[in-house]
Each structure stands twice: as structure tokens, then as C-alpha cells.
Design a protein around this ligand. Structure first.
Ligand SMILES: Nc1nc2c(ncn2[C@@H]2O[C@H](COP(=O)(O)OP(=O)(O)O)[C@@H](O)[C@H]2O)c(=O)[nH]1
Ligand SMILES: [Mg+2]
Length: 368
């Protein structure tokens, strides 16, 4: 069963949606959302009054953890945890937990372990700093001497991991062009957190779940069979892009996407109901990462998801604004919620992967 959580985040809808998706992806069941304009305040992250409110909520609800949608300093973490007597998972930790759940190869497991050690290192150093200035002595039961040993230990673990990583990178480069193990074409869903990847994944594979036999038992929960009339492909719901991803996590993030090079087709999911500037930023950074992973642009289909929240005219304007009409991009407005155009999407995937040449000269037809 999933751990039950209180989520503390900003009041903007976008922040709430993203934080909710992150919590869900990490396997938490959010029972209550607490919103506050400022969540980087000094003592508890949130203001004292709000912190007491959270404490009261905890007394009346059956909650396992507090998810805090910002990065907490160790002292803030300590203060809030002491007040509420609950485990606190901050934004960086939840992202690391997601990466850990989704890592599918040894290289990404090492990268994620390295990122986790960096996370730990920052916190131990802060404890040492606080101990030195006489605040929080014996912070979390750690004396300064213990903390120094701890830092040395983290450093040596990191250097061992870095050596392992070099070997794995070499190996990956060697096997880069090897086909995937099952020999069945694979397609991948990519996009920002809360764009609707998982909803689409569930919608597309809903009927195929029962195929959990034979070779499909080797699949993970994030890769399933997708039936297209007589044919089959495998579809993977990849880890989502995250706003404000800390720099030290970028390698770990990219490594979870390494397998994209084995994908026949990439479905790039965009939330088309968002403001054009937000979509632009997200599209550009998604394409930038794909480029770094050496995924050819020609493998990408752009899915304008959540079309039910806007209309085709608006989607068409955005399509022009994003500059997607200039080349041979395939763009399809869909709704993972209502199912709009999902049959068309399946036909399209089938056509692209199983032979039929497709030439979509005029995307405009999709916007009718
Ligand atoms: N209105 C609408 N909501 C959607 C659609 N697709 C997904 N959502 C909602 O958007 C939120 C994030 O979806 P999710 O699939 O978890 O996004 P992911 O983070 O990309 O996997 C959820 O609340 C979904 O119910 C859609 O086509 N229309
Ligand atoms: Mg998801």
C-alpha cells in the first residue's frame, strides 16, 4: 500500500499539478494539500502559523509523511520534523526517489547513487557548519568528528562509483546499436511531469494488461505491450522532465533516458492547455535533451495533449507559434482523458512502425 502524505506546495495550479504528479510517480498517496505563497522561510520553510496548522492536521489525519515541494536546509528539515514528529521528504529527495524507481540499467543506477550521495554530502556539510558555530550541537545525534568521518566515507564511495561509471559508459557505447532484448519495436513516452504521459500510457495499454505472460513477464510496470490490430509494440512511460531540476541531478536524469536510443518512435507529450511561453520553454528543453541523447528529430511525434481543456483553434495557433508547421513534424492533438484521437494515434504508430509509408503533408487536417 502507498504511504499517505500531506503535500506542502505553492498555490499556483501549475505548481500543485507538478507536485502532485511527482508525489504520485514516487508512489505516495496525497491526502491533503497545504498551499503557501512562501515556502522557503527561515525556520520551518513555511511560516510558523502554517507549520502549526500542519501539525494540527497530522493530529486528526492518518498520515505517514510530509512532502515538501522545495529544498529544505537541514536546519529547517530538523525544525519541521521536530515540530510535526513526521518524516519529511523534500523536493530533491522525491525526485531522487523517482529516478531510483525508474532506473533500468546499471549506468543509471550508479548515476542516481552518485546524486543521492551529493544530496547527503550537502546535508552533512551543513551539519558540520552548524556544529562549528555552536548551533545544533549533536545535530541528529552526530558530533563533528562523526560528521568528518561521514564526509570522508561519502567521498570514497563517490570515487568508487565514478570508476564504475566510466566502465559502464564504455560498455554502453559499445552496445549502443544492439537491438532491444525482446526484438519487439519499442516506443517511448517523454515529456514534462504532469503533461499526461501516464494517463496516456494507461489509456493506450488498458486492454493489453492481461498479456502479462511468457516473454511479457520480463517487462516492468513502466513498459507494456500495446496492441495495434495484428501487430504489437512495446511502450515505455519514461521518467518525466522536471521544472527547476538541480544541476547535480541532470546526469542521473539523462541516464534514466539512455534506453531512448533503442526506441523506434518517441511520443513527446505536451500539455497544450498551458500558456504558449511555458510550452515553448518545455518543448525547447525537451528537444535539447533528446539532442544530447542523440535521438534523431525524425523519430519524434508531437502530441498536443489535454485538447479537451482548450480548443483546436488555440492548439493550431500554438502549433504555428512553436514553428512546428515548417518541416515534416507530425503533430496530433489528443486527449488522454476523453480518448480524443487516440485511435488515430494507434493507426499512426502502426503505419510508421509496420511499413506503410506515411507522409503527412498537411498537419492541418488534424486540427479539424
Ligand atoms: N483534462 C485533461 N487532463 C489530463 C489529460 N491527460 C492527463 N490529465 C491530467 O493531468 C494530470 C497529470 O497527468 P499524468 O498522466 O500523471 O502526467 P505525467 O506526469 O506526464 O505522467 C492528471 O491529473 C491527469 O488526470 C487530458 O487529456 N485532459
Ligand atoms: Mg507519470
Amino acid at each position: 500500500m502507498n504511504a499517505k502524505a500531506i503535500l506542502i506546495t505553492y498555490p499556483e495550479e501549475e505548481s500543485i499539478n507538478e507536485a502532485l504528479s511527482l508525489a504520485e510517480t514516487a508512489g505516495y498517496d496525497v491526502k491533503k494539500i497545504v498551499k503557501q505563497k512562501h515556502i522557503t522561510r527561515s525556520r520551518y520553510g513555511i511560516g510558523k502559523g502554517k507549520a502549526l496548522e500542519v501539525k494540527d492536521l497530522l493530529d486528526t489525519m492518518n498520515i505517514d509523511v510530509i512532502i515538501f515541494d522545495e529544498v529544505l536546509k537541514p536546519s529547517q528539515h530538523y525544525n519541521l520534523a521536530s515540530l510535526c514528529k513526521k518524516e519529511i521528504i523534500d523536493r530533491e529527495r522525491i525526485i531522487l526517489e523517482i529516478f531510483e524507481r525508474r532506473s533500468s540499467n546499471s549506468e543509471s543506477r550508479i548515476q542516481i547513487k552518485l546524486a543521492q550521495l551529493r544530496y547527503e554530502m550537502v546535508r552533512v556539510k551543513e551539519k558540520v557548519r552548524l556544529a562549528k558555530i555552536g548551533e545544533q550541537p549533536g545535530f541528529f545525534g552526530l558530533g563533528k568528528y562523526d560528521a568528518d568521518i561521514h564526509i570522508l566515507d561519502i567521498k570514497s564511495r563517490m570515487s568508487i562509483l565514478k570508476k564504475k561509471l566510466e566502465k559502464e559508459e564504455k560498455r554502453r557505447k559499445l552496445y549502443r546499436y544492439q537491438r532491444n532484448k525482446l526484438g519487439i519495436p519499442t516506443i517511448s513516452l517523454v515529456g514534462y511531469t504532469s503533461a499526461g504521459k501516464t494517463t496516456l500510457f494507461n489509456h493506450l495499454t488498458g486492454e493489453s494488461k492481461i498479456t502479462g505472460q511468457g516473454m511479457f513477464t520480463t517487462l516492468t510496470t513502466f513498459t507494456r505491450a500495446l496492441n495495434l490490430n495484428e501487430n504489437k509494440v512495446l511502450i515505455t512511460d519514461t521518467v518525466g522532465f522536471v521544472n527547476k531540476l538541480p544541476a547535480y541531478m541532470i546526469d542521473a536524469f539523462k541516464s534514466t533516458l539512455n534506453e531512448l536510443v533503442f526506441s523506434e518512435l518517441i511520443l513527446l507529450v505536451l500539455d497544450i492547455s498551458q500558456k504558449i511561453n511555458d510550452i515553448k520553454i518545455k518543448l525547447n528543453s525537451s528537444l535539447h535533451i533528446m539532442n544530447e541523447l542523440q535521438v534523431p528529430n525524425t523519430k519524434i511525434i508531437y502530441l498536443f495533449n489535454k485538447i479537451d481543456l482548450t480548443d483546436l483553434n488555440d492548439a493550431y495557433d500554438k502549433y504555428i507559434d512553436l514553428g512546428l508547421e515548417d518541416s515534416n513534424h507530425i503533430v496530433l492533438p489528443i486527449s488522454s482523458k476523453t480518448g480524443h484521437n487516440l485511435d488515430k494515434l494507434k493507426d499512426l504508430i502502426g503505419d510508421i512502425i509496420y511499413g506503410k509509408k506515411i507522409s503527412i503533408k498537411n498537419n492541418r487536417k488534424f486540427f479539424k
